[in-house]
Write a protein that binds this ligand. Structure first.
Ligand code: HEC
Length: 179
């Protein structure tokens, strides 16, 4: 190979490198991304799910209600309880509707009423309506007692459940002591 041949080869290589660099620059310039000032898909971390988190195993962790009861407002709870009126009465001796009367429910046994036809899921569920059990039930009824016929999505905010439970607690001749 003479030096002229070698030069041609070197030239070809240089030219190829040059074309590569230039087209890279042009491509960069053509598809220069403009970053958005704001995410279009905002991940919704509102109060609605602020009290709910997920454990390392991926299970939902429901905020404990007992610490929230201390500053709970039974008055606000009565307001929230309007969501229940469609199916429940709250006064002493009140009628059963779609769901049982809820007078004296705090501390009572699950399926407390003798005059209400509970689902078999409910009848088979032993236990008492402690503050935490009520909170877990009201967080997501279908999760706490799978198969319950209470068609209620649940209250996700810990303080709302605390307020509501503080109100339920007052519905008794002898309200249970606060924890
Ligand atoms: C769409 C109707 C409906 C709504 C709304 C509803 N419930 Fe119920 N609830 C039921 C039914 C039906 C049952 C009985 C469940 C069963 O037998 O599976 C029940 C059962 C219960 C029980 C258990 C009673 C017992 O004797 O063990 C509690 C506590 C309760 N509901 C609280 C509430 C509260 C508080 C609300 C409002 C935040 C509410 N429910 C909203 C229908 C409803």
């Amino acid at each position: 190979m003479d030096s002229f041949e070698l030069n041609k080869i070197l030239c070809a290589i240089l030219l190829a490198l040059l074309i590569g660099m230039v087209s890279h620059k042009i491509a960069d310039w053509l598809i220069a991304p403009t970053w958005l000032a704001k995410d279009i898909y905002q991940i919704d971390v509102t109060e609605e799910n602020a009290s709910q988190s997920v454990s390392a195993t991926g299970e939902e962790v429901i905020e404990a209600v007992e610490p929230l009861l201390a500053k709970a407002s039974a008055e606000n709870g009565q307001n929230i309880a309007k969501k229940c009126l469609q199916c429940h009465t709250f006064e002493k001796g009140g009628a059963n509707k779609v769901g049982p009367n809820l007078w004296n429910i705090v501390g009572n046994k699950v399926a407390h009423s003798d005059s209400f036809a509970y689902s078999s899921a409910f009848k088979g569920h032993k236990g008492e309506w402690t503050y935490e059990n009520l909170s877990h039930y009201l967080y997501k009824p279908q999760k706490f007692i799978p198969g319950t016929k209470m068609a209620f999505a649940g209250l996700k905010k810990g303080q709302e459940r605390a307020d509501l439970i503080a109100y339920l607690r007052t519905l008794s001749d002898t309200p249970k002591p606060l924890p």
